[in-house]
Design a protein around this ligand. Structure first.
Ligand code: NDP
Ligand code: 2IT
Length: 449
């Protein structure tokens, strides 16, 4: 692969999947980016930089390690730990840790790759990374989770640092796990520094970090609707998931005067036609964060329907997939379009399949990819790092205002690079080209490394 004058998406994708034939999620994420970046590069001689695209799809380092831990009965379990340090041309590696039995290298490479462009879009000095383990936190006691986190950090601490790589949370890693990981890092190194984000407020965390991904997702949804001369007020919202991102997407939607009618987990979804209010949401937050409960309990408590499967058959103006990758396919997309959905805003990473995205385009449903719409989480992580460096804590209002400005700026980048002649915005094109340009400029300036 040499000549960027003639480079084709198919040839480049053959190159990527021949190298890693067993990494479908990674290939999917690369395809989504390159579908827009390759035609752009072909036309723009500025980016005919030797090996730029080949270097972009190869992580700088991939670390895998053994994570042995003892359960409460004294049995030893062995999990696999990873950190994929994808690209540091814009700043120290930055991205979350996922603890879920499905975790493997393909998933973490897809997430790390996405993170590079997402972090670029925030305008902050952040490189891209992702990590985690195939450890399943479900059904584990607090002590078991603590011992697992301590063992995980006993190896990971060699590779991270406040100026080199700063992990955070993702699926299965919330405030509790970040606390245990932080404690072990401090114990091993004797240093109190900003090596993780999403920390508790009493030891260097930032206000708004807990809410930031979900709030940012709804801020972005509102900017999308504004571009259509509309707003989130009065809209019906279908949300999937009931974890961190879903909870605060729901909270901001309620604050904006929208009506959220669904939440889900891997067992199924609840449909509350009257809308989830603050009190019902508080029940969900307690259920999910404190009691390891299932969303079905919401249906029992509030006497609403619970169905297996995903919530995309429900009529809604805004669909916000906030659970996991590939949770909304072309069949779901057709159903949403048929039911009059105006916008789809991804809180999760790559929740919509390629085919679903094509359906949205065909049917004129505005669709925002996660690297744009869920960037609020990592953006506030960047603000947490800035506060840690200054040894300061900013107010809730200050951080929230900056978050909103960053989401607005990302919307502006999407409009700049994805604006179409008919006035519509192609957010996939805008986000991928906009994210790419900053990374490409930095890689060009820094030479072949
Ligand atoms: P949580 O662990 O807090 O919640 C995950 C939710 O998704 C749970 O409701 C879980 O249900 C559901 N879920 C997970 N896996 C599956 C699956 N295979 N099938 C169906 N449902 C599933 O994670 P987050 O809310 O933090 O993350 C959700 C998404 O948002 C992920 O894609 C993540 O990468 C992305 N994201 C997170 C950010 C953050 O700051 N946390 C930032 C940007 C994006 P169950 O309990 O049954 O497993
Ligand atoms: O996917 C994501 O952007 C995250 N899980 C948050 C990463 C971070 O470093 O805050």
């Amino acid at each position: 692969m040499k000549d960027y004058d003639k480079i084709s998406l198919d040839d480049f994708m053959d190159y990527v999947s021949d190298r890693d034939p067993d990494q479908p999620e990674f290939s999917q994420a690369v395809h989504e980016v390159m579908e827009w970046v390759i035609p752009y590069v072909r036309e723009n001689k500025d980016y005919h930089i030797t090996g730029l695209l080949e270097r972009l799809v190869e992580p700088e380092q991939v670390i895998t390690f053994r994570v042995p831990w003892q359960d409460d009965k004294g049995h030893v379990h062995v999990n696999r730990g990873y950190r994929v340090q994808f690209n540091s041309c814009l700043g120290p590696f930055k991205g979350g840790l996922r603890f879920h039995p499905s975790v493997n290298l393909s998933i973490l490479k897809f997430l790390g790759f996405e993170q590079v462009f997402k972090n670029s879009l925030t305008g902050l000095t952040l490189g891209g990374a992702k990590g985690g383990s195939d450890f399943n936190p479900k059904g584990k006691s607090d002590d078991e989770i603590m011992r697992f986190c301590q063992s995980f950090m006993s190896e990971l601490h060699h590779y991270i640092g406040a100026d080199t790589d700063i992990p955070a949370g993702d699926i299965g890693v919330g405030g509790k796990e970040i606390g245990y990981l932080y404690g072990q890092y401090k114990r091993l190194t004797g240093s109190f520094s900003g090596i993780l984000t999403g920390k508790g407020l009493s030891y260097g965390g930032s206000l708004v970090r807990t809410q930031s991904t979900g709030y940012g997702t709804m801020y972005f949804a509102d900017y999308m609707l504004k571009a259509l001369d509309d707003s989130a007020e009065g809209k019906t919202v279908a949300i999937s998931g009931s974890g961190n991102v879903a909870q605060y997407t729901c909270e901001k939607a309620i604050q904006m005067g929208a009506k959220v009618v669904t939440l889900s987990d891997s067992d199924g979804f609840i449909y509350d036609k009257d809308g989830i209010d603050e009190e019902k949401l508080a029940f969900v937050i307690d259920l999910k964060n404190e009691r390891q409960g299932r969303i079905k309990e919401y249906a029992e408590k509030y006497d609403v329907p619970f169905n297996e499967g995903r919530p995309w058959s429900v009529a809604c103006d805004i669909a916000a997939p906030c659970a996991t990758q590939n949770e909304l396919d072309d069949k779901d997309a057709k159903e949403l379009a048929k039911n009059g959905t105006r916008i789809v805003v991804e809180g999760a990473n790559m929740p919509c399949t390629d085919k679903a995205v094509r359906v949205f385009k065909e049917k004129g449903v505005a669709y925002a990819p996660g690297k744009a719409s869920n960037a609020g989480g990592v953006a506030v992580s960047g603000l947490e790092m800035a506060q840690n460096s200054q040894r300061q804590s900013w107010s809730f209002e200050d951080v929230d205002k900056r978050l909103k400005e960053i989401m607005k700026s990302i919307h502006g980048i999407c409009e700049k690079y994805g604006g179409e002649d008919n006035g519509a915005i192609n957010y996939t094109k805008g986000a991928n080209i906009g994210g790419f340009i900053r990374v490409a400029e930095a890689m060009k300036a820094q030479g072949v490394v």
